[in-house]
Ligand binder design. Structure first.
Ligand code: ZN
Length: 333
């Protein structure tokens, strides 16, 4: 009898272990329409809760009377070798180390840039034809995104290297031999901008992101727009409520120390999680560094391996390996 219940116990644990493994190897699938669209993201995983419960979510409508910042972001951008990826959600160019911006004395390193069609943020209710997001991270793990609208006009020569190498199908990053890209050339010449606090615009929708959106658009040709649309169209999250947030100018920030302190505390919490995640997958660093569900699967696995001896250990290692693969494969915008 006792032997039987032990066997039953072991069988149950095996089942739990296998379930846990299946879960770890299967990152939560999300998209831009239907059952996995933006209004469902918060329900797809507990890790995506901020998508529905967050109060400082992105994108937003930048109201017509939003204050305009002087061009006081310091851009230290260098050209980069071109590594381009179709991650299933967008086209993304991963950027070489060594390019950064300085905002309020804090340096944020440029990780990658990617595109949405149409734009995610809107200005006075109007979307751009597309929007580019330059994603940066500081040493504490806080993110800053420089956004710019792409509107139809003259062809963008600086975007041409990306456009001519966009993978039509989802896949691994491709290093394009001999091709370089210059973020500095892609951005508009006039760097005045809108500023607000927000979130990742993709699951897990983590908040604490500094948003810096150029007031001036970048021009792309009709053909460039059309060729992007052939690969990704409608890959944007609708605008989210501003709630208690305000658009502000960086120079005014010193006037609200109490508010800032509270914000910094919040950001520190987000940072802890994001830093952990991005450490695991530096080469896929993106606007959504927190790629993995964190529901205690690892703790379960540890307990299992102890209880089940070598069988448990095998399940645990298998789970870890798959989980690691999931991290490496997972790329978001
Ligand atoms: Zn984006």
């Amino acid at each position: 009898m006792r032997k039987l219940s032990l066997l039953t116990f072991a069988a149950v644990l095996c089942f739990v272990g296998l379930t846990s493994m299946a879960y770890a190897s299967d990152p939560v699938h999300w998209g831009y329409e239907g059952d996995i669209g933006p209004d469902k993201w918060g329900d797809l995983s507990p890790d995506f809760a901020a998508c529905s419960t967050g109060v400082e979510q992105s994108p937003v409508d930048i109201v017509a009377d939003a204050p305009v910042n002087e061009a006081d972001i310091q851009f230290n951008y260098q050209p980069s070798a071109l590594t381009v990826v179709n991650n299933g959600h967008t086209i993304q160019a991963n950027y070489d180390e060594g390019s950064s911006i300085v905002v309020d004395g804090t340096t944020y390193n440029l990780l990658q840039f990617h595109f949405h069609e149409h734009s995610e943020n809107t200005i006075a209710g109007e979307p751009g034809a597309m929007e580019v997001h330059f994603v940066h991270r500081n040493d504490s793990g806080d993110l800053a995104v420089v956004g710019a609208m792409l509107n139809v006009g003259a062809e963008s020569e600086s975007l041409a290297p990306v456009w001519t190498n966009m993978p039509a199908e989802e896949g691994e990053p491709v290093a394009v031999d001999g091709a370089t890209v210059s973020a500095d050339d892609i951005l508009p010449a006039d760097r005045t901008y809108y500023r607000f606090n927000g979130s990742l615009t993709t699951p897990p929708c983590s908040e604490g992101v500094t948003w810096l959106v150029m007031t001036n658009p970048i021009e792309i040709s009709e053909e460039q727009l059309a060729s992007f649309q052939q690969i990704h169209s409608g890959n944007y999250r609708p605008v989210q409520p501003m709630n208690d947030r305000e658009f502000f100018v960086s120079a005014d920030m010193d006037t609200a120390p109490a508010e800032m302190e509270a914000e910094m505390e919040e950001e520190a919490l987000d940072t802890e999680m994001e830093a952990e995640m991005t450490e695991a997958a530096p080469e896929t660093a993106s606007e959504t560094p927190a790629a993995l569900p964190q529901t205690g699967g690892e703790n379960n696995s540890v307990m299992l391996s102890m209880l089940l001896g070598s069988t448990g250990l095998i399940i645990f290692l298998g789970g870890l390996k798959l989980r690691r693969r999931a991290v490496l494969v997972r790329k978001d915008s």
